[in-house]
Design a protein around this ligand. Structure first.
Ligand SMILES: [Zn+2]
Length: 406
């Protein structure tokens, strides 16, 4: 899974921060947690396809958390979406969306499925699919607010096919039964035990989205043993009073939840506009929990980088750059570069006008530098190793340079 923060501001956007929204990418689908203003544009900028949204999960009805919803639905309609879309949130979300759609006289092409939870609920699976589920629990804010946990279901262990074959398993049906935990009886009457062939179940990845809340035990329950806990940290400890009053967390509160839940990675977000530099908040969180990161808009966070291997395809290779350079006229440039080298190290003859000579020399040297050191070196490399040299990767300038894979 890949988590992409789309907006990390709190109630008011700033010049560089957008209203709250986080996209979770999994196996080509997108799940959107909150939908602040501009969430759909941020998705575009992140390289996330809006048509791939499966679920939208709204935490509560403070405007900053759902102000982008109607705009996004309108875009999906214009894109001629046909697939069902699930919207989960506090009771009232259905009425709000339907009223807006009717008011704007939009005739939706696609079906909306609403999952509403009422104040006073304890916990509920708002989405339950074959491979994952999304659990909701109430948090502690000034208004009714919900936290979410996205949990991949455990996958069955790997089948040791060599061992299975050696024991006489040949049919696909038999493999399936073993994988499902059933023992298989062979024709000669021998029984092959499932646990001999199948390894331990592989636990699924998990992500918790906790926003707009004071510290509360439900946040810990949602975040228990998650790969990533995305927790709000609106204020620093020096404004703990204000946090309590407005129903928010400090960065220390976020770290406390992370500690109690034993999450693998804490990511803090939902920064008050007063913090032009959120590193103050990160420092406080890190003092109490590590690893902790700042949510950076559009910067992806992997639940398990090894799992995502192969998704990123490098578009630029150093080799291509080299080939271009040599096709522009390799050998000629090279000989000129050699000459230049000789000249550069030529002994200066002791003579009359020292000052003007040295100025000439230094200006010549400046001009030649790209030739003698840049071009020549690359061409030499090419000559030494030919085109068989494995392509070297160029380091992307930003973490999202190569982020168009969705
Ligand atoms: Zn908020």
């Amino acid at each position: 899974m890949i988590i992409v923060p789309l907006g990390v501001a709190s109630a008011t956007p700033t010049a560089v921060r957008h209203l709250p929204s986080v996209a979770l990418w999994r196996e080509g689908d997108v799940h959107l947690f909150d939908c602040g203003e501009n969430a759909q544009m941020r998705m575009l900028q992140a390289g996330l396809k809006r048509s791939k949204i499966e679920n939208i999960l709204i935490s509560h009805f403070d405007v900053d958390h759902f102000s982008g919803l109607i705009g996004l639905l309108s875009t999906l309609q214009l894109q001629r979406r046909e697939k069902l879309l699930t919207i989960a949130g506090p009771k009232g979300i259905k009425e709000f969306v339907e009223w807006n759609i009717n008011f704007a006289k939009i005739d939706l092409n696609f079906e909306l499925k609403f999952v509403e939870v009422e104040e006073g609920f304890e916990s509920e699976r708002v989405v339950d699919e074959e491979e994952y589920y999304i659990e909701a629990r109430p948090l502690n804010h000034t208004s009714f607010c919900i936290g979410y946990r996205f949990q991949e279901k455990d996958r069955p262990g790997k089948v040791d096919s060599e061992k299975a074959e050696a024991l006489g398993i040949t049919e696909d049906e038999q493999y399936k039964a073993l994988k499902a935990g059933e023992d298989v009886e062979l024709e000669d009457g021998t029984i092959v035990k499932s646990y001999d062939i199948v390894g331990h179940p592989r636990p699924g990845d998990s992500f918790a989205y906790i926003t707009d809340t004071r510290y509360c035990p439900n946040a810990v329950k949602l975040a228990m043993n998650t790969n990533i806990l995305y927790h709000e940290a609106t204020f620093s400890e020096s404004l703990a009073d204000k946090a309590a009053e407005t129903g928010h967390s400090t960065s220390a509160d976020a770290a406390r939840v992370a500690n109690e839940a034993q999450t693998k990675l804490l990511v803090i977000a939902h920064f008050s506009a007063r913090y032009t530099n959120p590193f103050v908040l990160l420092r406080e969180a890190r003092a109490k929990f590590f690893p902790a990161w700042l949510a950076t808009e559009l910067r992806p966070i992997y639940t398990n980088p090894a799992q995502e291997k192969g998704i990123v395809k490098q578009r630029v290779y150093l080799k291509e750059v080299d080939e271009k350079a040599s096709s522009k006229g390799g050998p000629k440039k090279r000989s000129r570069g050699d000459k230049g080298d000789k000249k550069r190290f030529r002994k200066r003859k002791g003579s009359s006008d020292y000052k003007s000579r040295s100025r000439d020399d230094s200006s010549r040297r400046r001009k030649r530098r790209p030739d003698s050191q840049g071009y020549k070196k690359k061409n030499d490399d090419n000559n030494d190793q030919g085109s068989s040299r494995p392509p070297k990767h160029i380091t992307p300038r930003t973490p999202f340079d190569n982020f168009d894979r969705f």
